[in-house]
Design a protein. Structure first.
Length: 268
């Protein structure tokens, strides 16, 4: 702690304080971009984190695959390989699917690309049909009570669930034909880092686009206080979301726009 007892020493004390603060930060793996950031670091009350790539390291693997209809399992696996072969960009989820199902090429008639707001992609493959894959309740197909229970069971284990649905067209509803569960790996230092925040009285909030129960389970594993206190945000208005920003610890099924809204509400 530096105590300035004489106004004329301010010119010297300020750069010394900045140097000391930067040095302490560097020893703890922190890079301060501005002097203002050093001052504000001691005033942090809430830290909002994403799950994928922040708490987890972004690497994923398929942990379960289940055929849901009458289509033979081998045929579904080939369809998955064709669907993944139609993807123009590859993300961590795609890599896990390709590692498990493989990747085959096929002529693409039309497609709907994945977006973080839509949470699914769809493609019409020549001679094969139209298929959509993505998050349950976003893929255009009904979810039965039995399927809902399976989704909840995987979410309780901290796994993400994807549904593959067969559609008549890109604009129509369809039926779920397969379910895939994916798990991602928690960063080795995530639990320690979150503990340090919470020891200093900093509240940790987790804001993610994944299933709320899945995010809650991952948050609990790394020691986030109140991780069981979660909400799913797919059917909530902006006004309602702002009003519950302080109430909940974990926010699932959040769109990019809702993430901005939550951070603004917490700042306010």
């Amino acid at each position: 702690v530096l105590v300035i007892s004489c106004p004329c020493a301010l010119g010297l004390a300020t750069p010394v304080a900045i140097m000391v603060g930067s040095g302490v930060g560097a020893k703890n793996g922190i890079l301060f971009k501005t002097a203002e950031a050093i001052e504000k670091a001691g005033k942090i009350q809430i830290v909002a984190l994403d799950k994928t790539g922040t708490i987890t390291d972004g690497t994923m693997c398929v942990t379960a695959f289940e055929e849901l209809g009458v289509t033979p399992c081998d045929e579904i696996k080939r369809i998955m390989a064709l669907v993944e072969g139609s993807e123009e960009s590859i993300n961590n989820t795609s890599r896990a699917l390709i590692e498990y199902f493989g990747k085959e090429s096929c002529a693409v008639v039309d497609k709907v690309p994945f977006s973080s707001k839509r949470k699914y992609s769809a493609v019409t493959l020549e001679g094969v049909g139209t298929y959509a894959i993505g998050a349950p309740h976003f893929v255009p197909c009904p979810v039965s009570e039995a399927l809902e229970e399976k989704i909840k069971a995987h979410a309780a284990e901290g796994e993400r669930v994807l549904l593959l649905a067969r559609l008549d067209s890109l604009e129509s509803m369809g039926e779920a034909v397969a379910m895939v569960a994916i798990a991602d790996r928690i960063r080795p230092n995530a639990k320690e880092t979150i503990a340090k925040f919470q020891e200093q009285g900093v509240t940790v909030k987790i804001i993610s686009g994944d299933h709320a129960a899945t995010v809650s389970t991952i948050a609990a594993r790394v020691g986030v206080i109140g991780a069981e206190n979660y909400i799913s945000c797919e059917d909530i208005s902006d006004e309602e979301l702002s009003s519950v920003a302080e109430k909940y610890t974990v926010f699932g099924r959040v769109t990019p726009e809702q993430k901005v809204l939550l951070v603004k509400a917490l700042k306010a």
